[in-house]
Design a protein around this ligand. Structure first.
Ligand SMILES: [Zn+2]
Length: 305
């Protein structure tokens, strides 16, 4: 699973609002600025509401407050979502503001009391964006700066980390984490996880104890299991063929949670597990480099360390 800019452009063209397709066009042009994070507005995901979900549970799933989702989806401003509705989900809490013709993004930043360097970074270092993402909620400035959150520094020094391996045998990496170039199209995209090559139906295991917070189909992730661990860490297992756990289930390290598959939109045709590690922060669930959490990549995995 990855985020191609052109896919996002196509994907958001049927947005309830239509605003994001406008938003993303200028982002596309400037999306590939060296040493700059991907613009927040280019990382907007889509979520299809299913039966039983509420604005609160959806917000929780993405580590956002409901106000953020309402801001991006005015059709749900009454707080009610219905099954089948497509929602635009930004990567962080915040709002999107159109820059008026006679103003600059710097003036917008000042008006909303957000530091200019924060606005510049979080919008991908664009010179003249038409729309800017501002990391604020209900007028309160979210002080965690994008600049800091993109570094791999843990939020607090004493975070206990997790290590493990999501497959039973050490295998090869198909595609690593981070910025990648598509060999065919030459598109630059950000790969939010790591692809571990394995045959279809290989058992997939939890890398650490935790609680299943998501276990169903989700867009380009295909069949997806998300497990929340201690200390604000989360692991995601995507492109699965089958899911063996249920929402809310408590699991131990190495419990089988599903099998390798090719559901969703896998990056390559070779079957693999798309594996992600995310860390909760004021700006949402940030994708971390899974390598730092995988034991199998540095030594033979015993399955029990
Ligand atoms: Zn992947």
């Amino acid at each position: 699973m990855n985020i191609y800019y052109h896919r996002i452009l196509i994907g958001t063209s049927i947005s309830a609002l239509g605003i994001l397709s406008l938003v993303l066009l200028p982002q596309y042009a400037y999306g590939n600025v060296a040493n700059c994070p991907i613009p927040a507005l280019a990382r907007v995901q889509r979520h299809q509401v299913v039966n039983g979900e509420t604005l609160e549970t959806i917000a929780q799933q993405y580590n956002l407050v409901p106000e953020t989702i309402i801001n991006f989806n005015p059709s749900v401003r009454n707080g009610v979502v219905s099954a089948g509705t497509q929602l635009e989900i930004p990567p962080y809490n915040g709002i999107v503001v159109e820059v008026p013709k006679n103003q600059t993004w710097r003036q917008i930043a000042t008006k909303y009391k957000v530091r200019q360097d924060t606005v510049f970074e979080i919008n991908g270092c664009q010179k003249n964006p038409k729309f800017v993402f501002l990391p604020i909620v209900s007028g309160d400035v979210v002080q965690r700066l994008a600049v800091n959150s993109y570094n791999s520094t843990p939020l607090s020094a004493n975070v206990t980390t997790i290590t493990g391996y999501p497959l039973q045998n050490e295998i090869n990496i198909g595609l690593g984490y981070g910025w990648q170039i598509d060999n065919k199209t030459k598109d630059v995209f950000f790969h939010s996880g790591i692809d571990l090559l394995a045959p279809v139906a290989s058992p997939v295991q939890a890398i650490a104890p935790g609680i299943v917070v998501f276990a169903k189909e989700q867009g380009s992730y295909g069949k997806l299991v998300i497990i929340n661990h201690a200390n604000g860490l989360q692991s995601r297992y995507a492109q699965l063929d089958s899911i063996k756990v249920q929402l809310g289930q408590r699991i131990n390290k190495s419990d089988i949670i599903g099998t390798v598959g090719t559901t969703g939109k896998p990056t390559s045709s070779e079957p693999h597990l798309h594996f992600e590690i995310r860390l909760s922060s004021g700006l949402g669930w940030e994708a971390k480099d899974p390598k730092n959490y995988l034991t199998g990549l540095t030594k033979k995995n015993t399955g029990k360390n």
